[in-house]
Design a protein around this ligand. Structure first.
Ligand SMILES: *Cc1c(COP(=O)(O)O)cnc(C)c1O
Length: 402
């Protein structure tokens, strides 16, 4: 059977999710390599002057320059698009370049953006500080409060942006309800789906127009490379995103695309185990004296347990908790850990822990921090792939040391 026959086969069209993550997107070279080829090239050569002309005009398929596209990057884009169920995907150098490009490609001076208040630190900087410098007004709302979303919509509202579960409180936002409010106002919805991963929550099925990822997190999942992605329909990608993307250069390196392609192959296995570990860590923390509050969406005592059941399939790989004694106690806890590392990264095979108020959310005004629940005693743990009993031993001993 030829490679072309195999690629168009009936069974292939019916592939289930995990098979697609191992196999989708791969285009083999004439060498027949098993693993995806890594095309470390910035440019491409043409067979003739006519071919170069036709590619530049868009009349012929083929690569032109790796700022526009690269075969290894395309393989990653196609595999992630298949997983998300999106028509189009563009890979970016980092999660932040995905967030920035997804907003900037469609906004003009005089437009208005509505975003949730609890955001990843750099996303907050883009929305609250950078966009206003270019004449784009922004309104921040309390994400779970639908009345605030409704009240914030204006005739010039072009985009709505939020993350759910949100960093670091794991607060949830009702994706379907916010999409309905935004669409009625004529605005597009961008969801930063990093904490849920493409596996635990499908924002497009709930109405989102655009989904963005930091692939640095679970998709790599082994702390090696930066990457990001923007998923959307084909029309938005072709008409709005690509004109900005091609000329401003947020492109992903082919090496990183190759690492992330291999990450997608094991994403489901890793995320499933990390969620099991996170649920078990949350269960232990909730029963530990000195822990005032444990936040994990899968728990029945989670404040938004009903919304969790409607839009997520697992509680994520993150657990946040508040210790008695504020900042001093939180620092003592972090410093007493022997297995879990202090790091603001997340989604890694290694369990990591951070104190948001003094790191990722240091730039937030203190009153705003307290108002959204980022207290001085709050710590956020990204639960990894270690044996969960070792993680529990480490946490128990460090909490006792407070
Ligand atoms: C990490 C992260 C980003 C930014 O991604 P980078 O790859 O670090 O640029 C954006 N949003 C969320 C929710 C994140 O966790």
């Amino acid at each position: 059977m030829s490679e072309d026959d195999r690629r168009s086969g009936e069974r292939r069209r019916r592939w289930r999710q995990q098979t697609r993550m191992v196999r989708d997107g791969q285009v083999r070279s004439p060498h027949g390599e098993t693993a995806e080829a890594m095309y470390l090239t910035s440019g491409y050569v043409y067979e003739s002057a006519e071919q170069a002309r036709d590619r530049f005009k868009g009349d012929a398929d083929g690569y032109i320059y790796s700022r526009y596209g690269n075969p290894t990057v395309t393989m990653f884009e196609d595999r992630l698009a298949a997983l998300e169920g999106a028509e189009a995907c563009r890979a970016t150098a980092s999660g932040m370049s995905a967030v920035f490009a997804s907003l900037m490609c469609q906004l003009n001076a005089g437009d208005h953006v509505v975003a949730s208040r609890v955001l990843f630190g750099s996303c907050h900087v883009i929305v609250a500080e950078l966009l206003p410098r270019y004449g784009i007004e922004t309104t921040l709302v309390d994400g779970p409060d639908l009345d605030q979303w409704r009240a914030a919509m204006r005739p010039n509202t072009r985009c709505v942006f939020f993350e759910t579960p949100a960093n670091p409180t794991l607060e949830l936002i009702d994706i379907q309800a916010v999409c309905e409010i935004a669409h009625e106002a004529g605005a597009r919805v961008i969801v930063d789906n990093v904490f849920a991963t493409p596996l635990l929550q499908k924002p497009m099925e709930l109405g989102a127009d655009i989904v963005v990822y930091s692939a640095t997190k679970h998709i790599d999942g082994q702390g090696r490379v930066l990457g990001g992605a923007i998923l959307s329909d084909q029309k938005f990608c072709d008409e709005e995103l690509i004109p900005l993307y091609r000329h401003t250069g947020p492109s992903m390196s082919p090496f990183n695309a190759w690492v992330l392609l291999k990450g997608l192959e094991t994403l489901e296995l890793r995320v499933a185990r990390m969620c099991d570990n996170a649920a078990e860590v949350a269960r232990m923390l909730a029963e530990t004296p000195g822990v005032l509050k444990t936040l994990y969406p899968e728990r029945p005592d989670f404040p938004q347990a009903e919304l969790y059941r409607r839009q997520m399939s697992r509680g994520s790989t993150l657990v946040s908790f508040e210790v008695e004694g504020g900042r001093e106690a939180a620092f003592r806890l972090l410093n007493a850990l022997e297995t879990i590392d202090i790091s603001n990264n997340l989604g890694d095979a290694k369990s990591l822990i951070t104190h948001p108020a003094t790191t990722t959310h240091q730039r937030f005004p203190p009153e705003e921090r307290e108002a959204v629940g980022i207290t001085e005693g709050l710590v956020r743990m990204s639960v990894g792939l270690e044996d969960v009993e070792d993680l529990k031993d480490d946490l128990r001993a460090a909490i006792a040391a407070i």
